[in-house]
Design a protein around this ligand. Structure first.
Ligand code: SAM
Length: 218
């Protein structure tokens, strides 16, 4: 559920801090026109991801779960000059929308999109990556973190979206595979020899959720 107040404050933040951006607006319009689900990150979260890429000086970014490329455009905009982004999407029809969005954003030369199951494509990727954003099917979260870790340089950042799920991570229902997979991630990363971990819960236009942050130790 999205509280009216959370929604209003997200609107306030976007109005006051995020300049109008025709590329991002057209990206969302193209996604909506193609019937994609409305599950991209928010504008404020997208800007945050862009800043994480820029602040970390990342030159190689990996994304698992492209949808229509809204988060991808933010991540790619944060890249250092000459940087590259690899993004993975299972649904070919979503990927076509994303490719159109990358072209319209003038970012097609920096983004490599792999269509297919992420777990099929991940073993063929060449690292190292400086930052990975994981935002795909949640039951595979532990496997995605393992692949990301394998592909990361020491000091890299791995961000995992939707790790609060309106509090359902506390006690997932038996049939809630996304909450079960997300809850498993906490146990998986806790005291992992190569990961330093935290998570921040958020409220906003996307409801009550959060992101996990994993730093790959040297
Ligand atoms: N990161 C996107 C954004 O914020 O703009 C949103 C991604 S959406 C929440 C999750 C995406 O992961 C969907 O497009 C879905 O098709 C894709 N996905 C789900 N399972 C997948 C899999 N096994 N391999 C690759 N992509 C998958």
């Amino acid at each position: 559920a999205v509280d009216d107040g959370w929604q209003a404050v997200d609107g306030f933040i976007a109005d006051r801090l995020l300049p109008e951006d025709s590329v991002l607006a057209e990206c969302l319009e193209r996604c909506s026109a193609a019937g994609l689900p409305d599950i991209a990150v928010s504008a404020a979260q997208g800007r945050f991801l862009q800043m994480l890429v820029a602040l970390s000086g990342a030159r190689r970014v990996l994304e698992i779960g492209t949808l229509g490329g809204y988060s991808t455009i933010h991540l790619a905009r944060g890249l250092a000059p000459g940087g590259q982004l690899v993004t993975l999407e299972a649904q070919a029809s979503f990927a076509q929308v994303a490719l159109a969005n990358f072209r319209a954003a003038g970012l097609a030369d920096r983004i490599e999109l792999h269509i297919g199951e992420a777990l099929t494509n991940l073993p063929g990727l060449t690292g190292p990556f400086d930052l990975t954003f994981i935002d795909a099917d949640k039951p595979n979260n532990c496997a995605y973190v393992d692949h990301a870790l394998h592909l990361s340089r020491p000091g890299a950042l791995i961000v995992v979206d939707n790790v609060v799920r309106e509090g359902t991570v506390l006690e997932p229902a038996d049939n809630d595979e996304s909450a079960i997979g997300t809850r498993a991630l906490y146990a998986h990363v806790f005291q992992h020899a190569r990961l330093e971990a935290t998570a921040l819960q958020t409220v906003g236009g996307k409801g009550w959720d959060g992101m996990m942050f994993l730093r790959v130790k040297s």
